[in-house]
Design a protein around this ligand. Structure first.
Ligand SMILES: Cc1ncc(COP(=O)(O)O)c(C=O)c1O
Length: 368
């Protein structure tokens, strides 16, 4: 079959040094890369032994609106909504599905969506599928948000992340709430990388700042700190009813299996007890911030710590240096991040020791 049109695009990627390939994770490396922030996967903390009852069926057998709805998934939705002090919640099969489902159907023709320039691909893809007009604003730039709010029409939605997935910095949430109140805009916050990490029991940034009642919708994902799969959209009961009726990634997809949902619930039950793990993360973050090479790091008070190494080839080379020394760090390349913002994305975990961090810092220094 003539696949020249595919090869042409692939060749372009290769020329840009950004051709993506799957590789198997290597055992035994020091993990400064995965989303297993609290070691829930590494230390097998959701191990079925006694933590949760084995569900009575292995598969969901259908979409939620057909045969795929079951008691455990509804109980878990309410349990998570209570945990996050929300009225209601609807589970999606992934964070990607949650953002695409929510953002493609809630903003409608004549409405306006404003989103942070560095928003995750799932936010962008959801917005692209909606009939609303959309504009990005400069990263975390409140003046730019306000200028765009002034020109917005219809129902207005402002979408951003509480912890940015590639930069690790926080959004200015309080200020965004104030602006959204001023312009009667609905604020949507993706808490994927705050879930389990930010707050006394890992409840996320919105709750830590007591802003639950000011937020139109929150997205918490289960594939990061919990290490399972899926996500929940939190909001009003009306929003839940609406999503069940209009969110296509929810309606037209088989529900998550009960075993996954049981693990998600177990993860949420575990979160409040993981104080030591969150403290260790804080310690490691502080160690970076006080290290002799702190200026090499992007500003971040979260476990996501970026080191800009401009150019795809240079970023790959730097990652290879660390990997050759048994440290698992991956390069993040253009076009995933803007040109000249290529980087090493270092992820800290509660199981990383101070010695491991010292080794990492020595190697990062050698990358320059
Ligand atoms: C901010 C953000 N939102 C959503 C997602 C998608 O979540 P999931 O991996 O559950 O599809 C990610 C994952 O990378 C993310 O970083």
């Amino acid at each position: 079959m003539a696949e020249d049109f595919l090869n042409k695009k692939i060749d372009e990627r290769k020329e840009q040094n950004s051709f993506r390939q799957l590789s198997l994770s290597k055992d035994g490396m020091i993990d400064f890369c995965s989303n297993d922030y609290l070691g829930i996967v590494k230390n097998d903390l959701l191990n079925p032994s006694g933590r949760f009852e084995q569900p009575d069926r292995s598969g969901a057998t259908g979409s939620r609106l057909l045969t795929g709805n079951y008691k455990l998934i509804e109980e878990t939705e309410q349990f998570i909504a209570n945990f996050h002090n929300a009225e209601s919640g609807l589970i999606f099969n992934s964070g990607y599905d949650a953002n695409v489902g929510l953002l493609s159907c809630v903003p409608q023709r004549g409405d306006t969506v404003l989103y942070d320039y560095l928003s995750h691909a799932s936010i962008r893809d959801g917005i692209r599928l909606s009939f609303a007009q959309s504009f990005s604003f400069q990263h975390n730039d409140l003046n730019d948000v306000e200028e765009r709010l002034k020109k917005s029409t219809g129902n207005i939605f402002v979408v951003t992340e509480s912890v940015f997935s590639m930069d690790g910095d926080l959004c200015p949430l309080k200020e965004l709430v104030t602006l959204c109140e001023k312009y009667k805009a609905n604020l949507i916050i993706d808490e994927a990388h705050a879930t389990g990490i930010i707050g006394e029991k890992g409840e996320g940034l919105v709750q830590t700042l007591n802003l639950e009642s000011k937020i139109f919708a929150r997205i918490h994902t289960f594939g990061k700190a919990i290490g399972v799969h899926g996500a929940i959209v939190l909001g009003s009961t009306t929003l839940r009813d609406y999503l069940i009726n209009f969110a296509r990634s929810f309606i037209y997809s088989t529900a998550l299996p009960p075993a996954a949902i049981a693990q998600v619930k177990a993860g949420y039950e575990l979160f409040p007890s993981l104080t030591k793990e969150r403290d260790q993360l804080k310690k490691l973050i502080k160690a970076i911030r006080h290290s002799s090479i702190k200026d090499r790091f992007m500003a971040s008070e979260t476990p996501i710590q970026g080191v800009i190494i401009q150019g795809n080839e240079q970023a790959k080379k730097a990652a290879r240096l660390l990997q050759d020394n048994n440290i698992d760090v991956r390069p993040i390349l253009y076009p995933t991040v803007p040109k000249n913002q290529e980087r090493l994305r270092i992820v800290l975990h509660s199981f990383n020791s101070e010695n491991e961090l010292d080794l990492l810092l020595d190697l990062v220094e050698k990358c320059f």
